[in-house]
Ligand binder design. Structure first.
Ligand SMILES: Cc1ncc(COP(=O)(O)O)c(C=O)c1O
Length: 435
């Protein structure tokens, strides 16, 4: 068989001849990540996926129609300007200028990106020198870490603190220790990553909290990267405060947005950045080298989405639908007598799994051994209850895993039938909960 396809045994061993860059290891890019451990392929076939944060429904038909229309033109099938298609930049200007209280300039203050993720990466490429420090609150959206590390930056983690004494906590009960935040800032700190509404807690940072952060941003001459991709999903009349609207903060803030979250189109890979020209222009230089431009026809469709969403009351309707989805899960946990953090925003909910138990000899796979206790709990829940979730310790640095391992993240960006089915199954968790 040695001659099969002209290969010899020796040939097949010719792998890993040259070492990969250290940044892959340092950026946790080689470790088996949580998404592959809890991948549908590793779980029972009928397991309900409330793990990954993408929808099991499509974008609205009128936005898909706009995508089809764009595909039938010649220009929309070709390169766009690296800043983004003018129609989309104008739609962004019209939508956000009133919200931000200033007339945005489409040439210098708006940049279309390939999803929020690539936008954030490009800001980091544009501003980080080796060793520059970036502050992020824990738990953090897991892409932040590799994005900082790949750009030679150093992550500095500041945990949000849950309140273990509250029987019915809300996301507002997760607090910043401002002394801890101040101590984390050093002469190398260049940027702070904010995320409101927050994945995975669902916290909508209060004006008071953001004003205190803004004081530090000004005092220590920082850039604020304000990830507000869940800004259209805020519940119970809670106010979403845009960091860029706080006194003096327009000049220091790049706001990050995502069409994937806003229009249920996570695979379209369209996002945008809004900020002062001194942040947007170097970021444009970076994004031009990284992707050159973003998906052209989908930019046209997203432009249609922004142009029409006010008249169609799209955001209000969508938010009401998500409120109902949240309620299905919270009702299920209330029936079960389980403790969870009520999210004020996003489509995530944290269940306290510190009292979930399993038999000592339960056959766990190697992929969850040696990780936080939550990896085992989430594996057990997926196998025995048939609902997959995400262990929250993945969103922490090694030193702070102990905070995260008490929680499993449930994503409720699913249709109501799926959520009702999951809610029924979750009642079975009662017999595994220590009371
Ligand atoms: C907080 C946060 N920021 C950014 C992103 C990435 O958004 P996009 O899909 O537009 O790159 C996500 C996606 O889950 C997220 O949760």
């Amino acid at each position: 068989m040695g001659a099969l396809n002209g290969q010899t045994k020796q040939d097949t061993a010719r792998t890993n001849l040259v070492g990969v860059a250290d940044r892959l290891e340092e950026g946790r890019a080689l470790a088996q990540d949580v998404w592959s451990v809890f991948n549908a392929a590793n779980l029972p076939a009928d397991c309900i996926n409330l793990g990954q944060g993408y929808m099991n429904f499509s974008p609205p038909q009128w936005i898909k129609d706009a995508a089809s229309e764009a595909l039938s033109t010649v220009v929309a099938n070709h390169y766009s300007h690296p800043k983004g298609r003018l129609r989309l930049r104008e739609a962004i200007r019209e939508y956000y200028s009133p919200i931000l209280g200033r007339q945005l300039d489409v040439e210098s203050e708006i940049l279309v990106t390939s999803g929020a993720n690539e936008g954030q990466y490009s800001v980091l490429t544009a501003f980080l020198n080796p060793g520059d420090e970036v502050i992020m609150f824990e738990p953090f959206f897991d892409q932040y870490l590799p994005s900082v590390v790949f750009n030679a930056g150093k992550c500095v983690y500041v945990p949000l603190h849950p309140d273990p004494t509250k029987p019915k906590p809300t996301s507002d009960d997760w607090k910043i220790d401002f002394d801890e935040l101040r101590r984390a800032i050093t002469p190398r700190t260049k940027l702070i990553m904010l995320n409101t509404p927050h994945n995975p807690i669902g916290k909508v940072f209060t004006r008071e909290e953001l004003l205190k952060i803004a004081e530090l941003v000004e005092e220590f001459n920082l850039i604020a990267m304000s990830d507000e991709v869940y800004d259209t999903l805020v519940y119970d009349g809670k106010e979403h405060v845009r960091f860029a609207t706080l006194p003096g903060m327009w000049d220091r803030t790049v706001t990050v947005e995502s069409a994937g979250k806003m229009f249920s189109a996570t695979g379209w890979r369209i996002g945008w950045l809004i900020g002062p020209s001194w942040i947007i222009q170097p970021t444009l230089a970076a994004t031009t080298r990284i992707v050159f431009c973003s998906n052209s026809p989908m930019q046209e469709a997203v432009a249609a989405g922004l142009e029409q969403c006010t008249k169609r009351r799209f955001v209000e309707t969508q938010c009401a639908e998500y409120t109902e989805r949240r309620q299905i899960l919270t009702d299920a946990f209330d029936r079960l007598g389980a403790r969870y953090t009520l999210p004020e925003g996003t489509y995530f909910l944290l269940l306290d799994i510190s009292n979930v138990t399993w038999p000592e000899d339960y056959p766990f796979p190697a992929s969850v051994e040696g990780r936080g206790r939550d990896f085992k709990a989430c594996w057990f829940i997926a196998m025995e209850i048939g609902v997959s979730t995400i262990p929250v310790s993945e969103f922490y640095c090694k030193e702070h895993v102990g905070i995260g391992e008490s929680f499993a993240r449930f994503a409720f960006c699913k249709d109501t039938d799926t959520l009702h089915k999951a809610a029924e199954r979750l009642q079975g968790l009662g017999k595994f909960m220590r009371r």
